[in-house]
Design a binder for this molecule. Sequence first.
Ligand code: SAM
Length: 214
Amino acid sequence: MRTRIIHGDCITELKKLDNRSVDLVLTDPPYGNAMAYGTLKRSIVNDDHPLHGLLALHECWRIQRCNRAAYFFLDVRHVPIVEKFVTQYTDYRVKDWIVWNKQHFGMGVGFRKQHELILVLAKGKPRFRSTAFPNVLTVPRETTEEHPHKKPLPLLKQIIEHSSDPGDTVLDPFAGSGSTLVAAVQAGRNAIGIELEERYVRVVHDRVRAAASP
Ligand SMILES: C[S@@+](CC[C@H](N)C(=O)[O-])C[C@H]1O[C@@H](n2cnc3c(N)ncnc32)[C@H](O)[C@@H]1O
């Protein structure tokens, strides 16, 4: 399987990718909450507003082949902004929403959030590998020092296997620690990841190398 890891700003780097050259977009952009995360109080770049992710999504439509799906993680607070942006400024169609049940609720008092949302978008009429798929995925969250937002591989793998074929290419413009690329490699897909922070690019290289030679 081929993997390509690009160190740079995805808004610039996506413009260099060919039209209709990837099959599946699966990405987890900075949510735009401007927060420090976890007990280590780590922040991530470009977490000041949700537009960074949306601008990348706008470019992804051009790069994706027709009749494919795109998955976009987001915080429930940004649902109105994201839905409005996608319907008004991109050619994607909002197909569905998936709830990721993390089986663990965050620190603090009151009603603590135990889920995150994944927006399912359609370019044309996506073909899926099974006729039915649950809209709640229950997978324990990851806690690691590698990245404050590392997503669990079983969650990503389920989505990849449902929405692409072996040998297809998966794109993640906000690669972080590279979980999407690792899940793609494990599922027998090619992968392209873009990450702005050099320290995480190194993590992606290490994880992809390990996944490719288990
Ligand atoms: C929510 S994290 C992704 C975590 C990833 N899903 C994982 O499992 O490790 C978002 C990532 O996007 C990166 N990022 C922010 N702005 C970016 C940009 N303009 N281009 C590329 N990467 C960017 C951040 O450095 C961060 O690592």
